[in-house]
Unconditional design. Structure first.
Length: 237
């Protein structure tokens, strides 16, 4: 074999073995820019999992200087910033702060999120959010929280899982399921793939109003239910 042909063969072999080692979202050409707003018990592992899958992540909070350990763990696919930068950078914003912050986040950064997929993982709590919690739960947190972020492609997902489910996505050998609700079918499909990237098993529940059926206190909320059990509970074939 002549030298240029041999070199081309070696380079092609190296490139294909590097491709094979690349994380799935990179290999499959679907890596997204993810803006984590909030990087605590839930936002931390979600961002780390998505970076490991090949997405580019900005972790944010009111104190981004404290997020260096997460950035180091997710290297080279993460940075830390204030929330406006995360919202600006993102294709997909993940709201991982307590919902008591949503009014302020919507007011200050909502314009930066317009037209983008915004995932709400929240579970309002009476002791933290106050009496408004009962009103939000009565209407369903999906439609209630979406009002703080008009013009976004709003998706409710990941509120039914606990931080430990990202480290161990199996319960009794069966993958933990994740119901997803949105009025934007294409956005729901994007989130479905992100849920798979996190090692969990997605179930599209239907429009945003159906999030009420998997809010806090329902039979499929933080019980480690499988996708099959979620389909049965929601009456989805
Ligand atoms: N923990 C669970 O088991 C669980 C399960 C499912 C869903 N959820 C939901 O997930 C969300 C996050 O819960 P968590 O347990 O991860 O809370 P957490 O550990 O207290 O983390 C909250 C994060 O949000 C940041 N933050 C708070 N207010 C902010 C603001 N105004 N602007 C920007 N960043 C802000 C905090 O950082 P700074 O204070 O430094 O800004 C922190 O990084 C909540 O909606 C919760 O209901 C939690």
């Amino acid at each position: 074999m002549r030298a240029p042909a041999l070199l081309a063969l070696v380079l092609a072999t190296v490139a294909s073995s590097l491709d094979a080692q690349a994380p799935p979202a990179v290999r499959e050409g679907r890596a997204l820019r993810i803006g984590m707003i909030g990087a605590g018990a839930m936002g931390g592992p979600i961002g780390l999992g998505l970076a490991a899958a090949g997405h580019q992540v900005v972790f944010s909070s009111r104190n981004p200087g404290e997020l260096l350990p997460l950035v180091q763990q997710a290297a080279p696919r993460a940075t830390a910033a204030y929330s406006d930068a995360a919202a600006y950078f993102a294709d997909v914003v993940i709201l991982a702060t307590p919902p008591v912050a949503f009014e302020q986040l919507g007011r200050d950064y909502g314009a930066l999120m317009r037209g983008k997929i915004v995932i709400d993982i929240s579970n309002p709590r009476l002791d933290r959010e106050g009496p408004i919690t009962n009103e939000w739960l009565a209407r369903g947190t999906g439609v209630s929280m979406a009002e703080f972020f008009p013009g976004t492609r709003f998706v409710k997902a990941l509120n039914t899982v606990a931080p430990r489910d990202f480290a161990n996505p199996l319960r009794n050998g069966v993958r933990v399921g994740v119901p997803i609700a949105s009025d934007d079918a294409e956005a729901a499909r994007v989130v479905m793939q992100l849920v798979r990237d996190l090692g969990l098993d997605p179930v599209i529940a239907g429009p945003l109003a159906r999030a009420k059926e998997f809010d806090r206190g329902t039979s499929i909320w933080e019980t480690g239910a499988s996708a099959q059990a979620i389909r049965e509970a929601l009456g989805i074939r």
